[in-house]
Design a protein around this ligand. Sequence first.
Ligand SMILES: Cc1cc2nc3c(=O)[nH]c(=O)nc-3n(C[C@H](O)[C@H](O)[C@H](O)COP(=O)(O)O)c2cc1C
Length: 306
Amino acid sequence: MSVNLKTNFAGIDLNNPTILASGILGVSKSSLNKVIESGAGAVTIKSISLEVRKGHETPIITTFEAGMLNAVGYSNPGAKEAAQEFSNLNELGAPVIASIIGQKDDDFKQVWEHLAGCGFVAIEVPLSCPHTPGFGTMGGQHTPEMSENITKLLREISGLPIIVKVSPNNPNMIDVAKAAEAAGAAAICAVNTAGPGMQIDIESARPVLGFKIGGLSGPALKPIAIRCVYDLYEAVKIPIIGTGGITTAEDAIEMLMAGATALGIGTAVYYGGPEVFKKITEEMSEWLEKHDYKDIKEVIGLVHKH
Ligand SMILES: Cc1cc2nc3c(=O)[nH]c(=O)nc-3n(C[C@H](O)[C@H](O)[C@H](O)COP(=O)(O)O)c2cc1C
């Protein structure tokens, strides 16, 4: 007997529910290909802005016992160059999701105009980055109004499923997700990094990160992400990409039970390489088989039935 791991998410067929989260290895077509060959069900590119962005001063990443802080600051080559890098994405063996950022509505529109011919299957909009001035929570973008406007705008011009990525830091998370759903979003990605947090080098008595503060990800984020997905499952009908601290098959099952239809994985790739996708998928399958489940869909939202 084998367990069916196939799932359909926002109209997209996935061989398994794992998705590479935005910002990790999603910078080139070849790195996306490597992640797909390592077993990811789908991949998300690093967020792209209209103009090239240098990002924050180094160090941009620091780790601690329970996770990671990052202050990458959306470094990316800009939409024009990204469009060349990500051409003919349908050659790859799994769906590729775009991630678009901007400061004004028109930025989102123009970024999409560059990327439109690449072969993306959906567009994710992170209104939720906690450490980049002018963007996400630092740009005042995590609001129901912005969620509604950007969802409508990108839906109209792209005709693709729109995924709004929410922040765990703000009590308005449910309102942002509901506004996205009402405006026709196909899914919610929950969550972006938490915080921001700070780590201090006690020898130099200075913050470790160049930008001083950074978004928290990895195992420390998991219980918060699980709670967010649990709350969202009760509040919206559209599917949720559960993201935050998934490192093992057990974490993945926990996220599915909270209500996720698909699973975003980021920091674990940093620690374990792209092979984590195959490992988590195989071990998830073994766990499900051992517990007499025949289809992964049987565990989605299971905790809500008790
Ligand atoms: C180094 C790094 C860079 C990231 N860059 C982005 C990004 O460009 N866009 C985005 O939406 N999220 C970004 N994220 C957030 C992740 O996509 C994800 O939501 C978050 O890290 C929680 O998942 P994880 O614990 O599996 O990493 C980044 C995270 C990390 C660690």
